[in-house]
Structure formats: C-alpha cells, structure tokens
Design a protein around this ligand. Sequence first.
Ligand code: HEM
Length: 566
Amino acid sequence: MLRERLSIYLSGLWHRKQHEQHWSTDSRFLGAVSVLILLLFYLDGVVESFKEPKGKARASQYQTFIRNFYKFVSKRILAWGYLFDGPGSIQRAYRVSGGAPFEILAPDTRMVFVSSPEDIKELDRVPDDVLSLNGAAKHMLQPVYTMNGFNWFDRRGVEGVGFVRTLRSLLTQNLPLLLPDLSRLARVRWAELLEKKGTLRDGAIHAPVYPMMLDLVVLMNARSLFGEDLIKDTRFMTSALSYVEETLLTAEIVKLLPRFLAPAVGGFLGWALRSHKTFFQSLIPATEQHIQETERKSLGHTVPRRADCIQWIIDTAPKQNPWPAERVIYELMAIWFGSVHILSTTIVYAIHDLCLHPEYVKPLRQELETCYKEFERTGGRDAGGALPLLDSFLKESARLTPVDSMSIRRCALQPYSLSTGTHSLEVGDWACAPSGAINLSATYYTSPDEFSGFSFVPPSRVPDDGWWKKRDGSSTSSSSLPMQSTPSSLTDVDSSWLMWGTGRMACPGRHYATAFMKTVVAQLLLDYDFKLAEPGSKRWISWRVAKIPKPWTKVLFVPRNRECIY
Ligand code: HEM
C-alpha cells in the first residue's frame, strides 16, 4: 500500500494532470515528510552543537552552547540556502575570491572550490585513494539503496576500469554503426510523442518539451547501451526512466537525513521504490545471453554480432576473473544513470536557445542539409562530418545554461591540504571546480554574458550571407559577432571548459554524448519550426548545482517539409 502510494507520488511529480485525484493527498504526504526531515536534521545539528570544540579550553557549558548554537544556525541557513540557489551561491563566492580557492557548505557536505588552471591540475594529479571521483559519485547516488544493493568501491580501478575503455574507445568507434539507427528513432519517436503528448492549437503542437525529451533520450540511449531487443520490452523501458527519477529522490532524502536514520529510511525507500530492481532483473537474461555468446565465440562458434554496451563491457572486463551478469549490470546501471538526465537536460536548453535565437536556424539547417550524411558516416569525428556550426551552438548553449554549475567532484578519502596552503580537506569533504562561474568569466570569454552561437568556430566557417542582424539593427555582417580568439570544439577539455571534467577522468562518454545531442537537435531542426510558448518565463528550477528544466515549459512545434538528405 505504502509502496504503491510512493510510486503514485513519484509519477505525480511529473504527470500531475494524470494523477489529479491523488495530488492533494500526496502534497500533504510530501509536506509531512519534508517537515519531518527538516525537524530531524535540525535536531541532529542541535546535538552537534552541544559537542565541545576539540583542543580548546573548556568554557562554561552555557557559553559553549550559545556560541555553537549561533554558529550552527548561521551555517545551516547558508547551507540550506545552497540547496535552492547553488549556482548563484557559487557565482557570488567565485567573484569575491578573485581566482583563489573558496569554501561552500551544503547541509550534507563541505565543498572547497578551486578555479585556477594550476589548482585544477592539482586535483587531477592527486591519487584516487586521497581524492576520489567514485567517492563523490557514491555520496551523490547512494548506490547501496538505489542500485539493487550494490556498493561501489570508493577507489577507482579496484576491479579494473573497463567501462572507461568501453565508452571512450568502443562506443566512440562504433558511432557510425549507431547513428543511422539513432536518427531514425529520434524522428519516429518525436512524431509519436507530439501526437500523444502535444495539444494542437492554431496550427502548432503545444508540447511539454522536457518530459518528452526524457522519453526520447531513454529510448535512444537504451538502444546504444542495451541493444535493439530490450527497447521493445515496455516493462523494462518504463523502469529505465523511473529508476533515474527514483534514484534522484531516494539519494536526496538519504543525504539530507541525520546519518543515523539513513540506513533505515534508505533501506525502506529502496524496498518501496522498486524500479531499480525491475531494471536490474530485466537486464539479466540479455546480459547472460551476451556472456554465453561471448564464450561460444571464444570456442570458435558463430554468434550474432552485438553492437551495444552490454557486449563492450563484457569484452573489456578483467580477463582472469570474468564478471558474472550481475557485475556487468551494475556498471550499466551507473552509466545509465550518469547519462540519461544530463543528455536530456542539455538538449532541452539547446532547443530553448534555438527558440530564443531563431536567427541561427537558417545557417544550421544549411549545414545539416549539406553535411548530415557525412556526420552519420564518420560518427562526427572528422572535419567534414563534425557539423562545426551545430557543435559551436551546442557549446554556447551549454556555456550559458550549464545543467551543472560544478565539475571535477572529488571526495576526500584521506585528509588533504591544497598546495595553496589556504584550505584543508577532512575525510568526506569535497574538492571541486565552479564550472558554471568559469563559463561566465571575462578572463576566458570575449563577451561572457552574450549568446554568440558560432563563437567557437574559425571565423572563416561562419556564413556571411546576411543571416545575422545585431539586436539593435546596427549591423548585418556576421564579422561583428563576438568570437573566441581560438576556435574549439564541444568535446574539448580545458581549464576554461569544464563541462566534461578534467584530465585522467574527463567524461569518457563525451564523444558519444556530443554525437547523440547533435542527432536529436538535427532531426528536430530538419522536421519542425519551433518557438517557446512563453519566451519570457523562467525555464528552470535550481536544486543544489543543477538547473532542472521546468516540466511544464511548452514549445510550439510546426511540422515542415524537410529537404531529403537520405
Ligand atoms: C551532456 C552530457 C554529459 C556531460 C555534461 C558529462 C559530464 C561528465 C563529467 C563532468 C564527469 C566527471 C569528470 C571529472 O570529474 O573529471 C563525467 C564522468 C563520466 N561520464 Fe559523463 N557526461 C555526459 C554524458 C555522458 C554519457 C552519455 C556517458 C555514457 C554513455 C557518460 C559517462 C561517464 C562516465 C562513465 C564517467 C566517469 C569517468 C571515470 O570514472 O573515469 N557521460 N561526465
């Protein structure tokens, strides 16, 4: 009963209308849970405030209480404020810091931000058993409650890092094999979604673009990760999306609870919200089949050729001690979680930007009509097929509306002092970089606050056929567009471009992610004219460092006759 209620509440978050009958009861239920969490967290802090500061002379109990309580209240207000305006808090602290490290508190973590190229390099150099990306991911996702009980290692490489090779090399190399299929899925599914979820009014289809994009990304990403067969399994596909939403919800609740309550509440939520179990169990038969085929192949039998991540993880797992199906699935669950939300959100902001800057549509379509075939053929990896104008547009969109304002998250597994000597990290603290604030820095960007969609391409590649007009009408020459002094690509990794992290651990899925986003945006651009229903309205909600698109923001789609490019 309770399990059912939680599921209803969860889906009600995204599909309010469909569950109107449950909404008011569930709002009260959510309200009660939130008040309980706040109260418990408050009590946890009060208990903390009674503890004596180490190494200091024992003051009277009363003075100690007042001092600690005051410190506790002011820190907690700031820490809880961070939850609702993380990007703003980081931006303000970055401006004040003048490039030096600075500290921000969240209710559950202390974070030390570094932003200079030297400090960023230092984070990359520190060994994983001191500052750990896995440790930070583990804290963020609470896998022990959300991933069918699997608890990741804090340190990388304890069982090999096959998935990094899987994504960086095999997935990237196989893009030419995947892209035609992904393009087809994007076209067909988007048309279906518009029919199902859109409302036809005055010749345009009014569509809630974020939930629809999640649906599309789940389908396309499942095709790449799990192959063609599983995407036909409706139960699996439903759990694939709910698993991401339920993981986010469970992890947030567990992180905000007093530590002593986390195992009980996390365990309960893991039991009540079952998508991770359905997702896990549905993957077992397909993964076992892949493993058997791999064994048969090694004995010289002929087996079907599989082009999906299940196969590539099996191929890159440690050879001496091959992984059972369960272990392969845990890798897939982590990759799945890390890719669905960030891809759909980044694409949604790119669609919003196309609506807000419609002058870019014509040159982008021209590029697609001449180069899209080459993009598919090469996987977007060589100059001809890289779609440089779309690449730059996506980069500019992600620069000004990054989904995450933080990058290079590293959790301290041992105490560590930054070489600047200014900040020390205790076990459990995070070191990280203020990527969103760096994106707006005049040190790195010519016109940091202005949207300039082609600013990353060489000036000679920018069309100059009068497509662009300055907002005040004073110029129609694209040579007056703000341009970066050095051209660059979306997939580049640099201390001024931290979308993908840095160094050794920079996102191994970034070539795939870029090709994926280009495929979706290209298919929509070729098939539809679109504009925002309410261009002036706020388009996102902040939670911690994430900007989450509002699910009810509508885009108006008008089908167009596309130039045939196949
Ligand atoms: C717009 C989309 C994406 C963004 C912005 C993004 C960003 C990032 C960032 C910032 C990191 C951490 C790097 C660091 O801390 O130095 C990371 C790591 C990672 N990403 Fe992505 N990512 C995206 C899409 C994907 C996709 C589609 C996949 C898989 C198919 C993926 C797989 C991974 C994995 C496995 C890691 C961990 C790497 C390691 O432990 O060495 N990402 N990503």
